[in-house]
Design a protein around this ligand. Structure first.
Ligand SMILES: NC(=O)c1ccc[n+]([C@@H]2O[C@H](COP(=O)([O-])OP(=O)(O)OC[C@H]3O[C@@H](n4cnc5c(N)ncnc54)[C@H](OP(=O)(O)O)[C@@H]3O)[C@@H](O)[C@H]2O)c1
Length: 249
């Protein structure tokens, strides 16, 4: 029995895979964006949840790919209730300070995924969300995009792309909140994921440890971290981390 439909980007591994699994456990059908066709974990999850997990070839940096993914979802359902924009990249080029040469082409590549990808996805999936019951759009951002708490002296690609993402989300919120949409912006913490190309065992959190509070927050109407849960202020855009702490923009 399908409760609701969700789309999750960047679901091959890391946080996206954990979010997809968490939704499946909760009875959701998940259209899982797959960027790495040869990576086995998403296929294994599909075998455990036949018909409930639908793998979707998806490159969020490509207009063509995003439109094709939206059309593929539309062939199977007329509505989605939840869009989770999770896919993100860092650069594999040197991220040294301004005293070293910068690779601007590579910075633009990161922008295409981290900043424009979620906006592109929101535009393409809006007709499906429009017919959904929940109309909730979630964005995995990062503390690295917080100008208020920024302390780094470089990392231009990642930090600037996440700050730009936050600005894009603000414009989407201002336009879509009056139409009944609600938003979640999440910093997942330092996770043992694959952003550097291999699993980062030095990090603090397994992706599932961040996905659990994320899903409580993404799906709920109250702050899951509170002892006496308060209603989330749906009319205020907030970036919260995995412990519920609010980050400055
Ligand atoms: N890891 C952390 O500590 C941390 C901290 C703060 C925020 N975040 C954010 O958390 C989110 C999830 O990252 P993660 O840590 O789970 O990293 P991850 O393990 O690398 O997972 C991200 C997934 O997105 C995929 N992807 C890359 N480019 C894509 C594209 N153009 N279209 C669609 N999918 C694409 C990746 O494929 P490839 O593996 O081929 O790149 C990967 O499967 C990102 O938005 C990231 O910025 C992570």
């Amino acid at each position: 029995m399908i409760k609701h439909n969700a789309v999750v980007t960047g679901a091959d591994r890391g946080l996206g895979l954990a979010l997809a699994e968490g939704l499946l456990v909760r009875g959701w059908r998940v259209f899982a964006g797959s960027y790495l066709p040869d990576w086995p974990q998403l296929k294994q999850l599909e075998e455990r949840y036949p018909g409930m997990l639908v793998r979707l070839p998806l490159d969020v940096s490509s207009d063509t790919s995003v439109l094709a993914a939206a059309a593929a979802v539309e062939e199977r359902t007329r509505s989605i209730d939840l869009l989770i924009n999770n896919a993100g990249v860092i650069t594999d080029k040197s991220e040294d300070s301004i005293r070293a040469p910068q690779d601007y082409e590579d910075i633009l590549r990161v922008y295409q995924v981290n900043s424009l990808g979620p906006v592109r996805m929101t535009e393409a999936f809006l007709p499906l969300l429009e017919r959904g019951e929940q109309k909730r759009i979630c964005y995995v951002s990062s503390e690295a995009g917080s100008i208020g708490k920024a302390e780094r002296t470089a990392w231009f690609a990642y930090c600037m792309s996440k700050a730009a993402l936050n600005m894009g989300i603000k414009s989407l919120f201002s336009r879509l909140r009056p139409d009944g949409y609600t938003f979640r912006v999440y910093h997942p913490g330092w996770m043992k994921t694959y952003m550097s190309g291999e699993k980062n065992e030095q990090a603090e959190l397994e992706p599932a440890e961040s996905a659990a509070p994320a899903l409580d927050y993404f799906l709920g109407a109250a702050l899951p971290w509170d002892e006496k849960p308060r209603a989330v202020d749906e009319d205020r855009l907030v970036m919260r981390d995995w412990q519920g702490r609010e980050w400055p923009w």
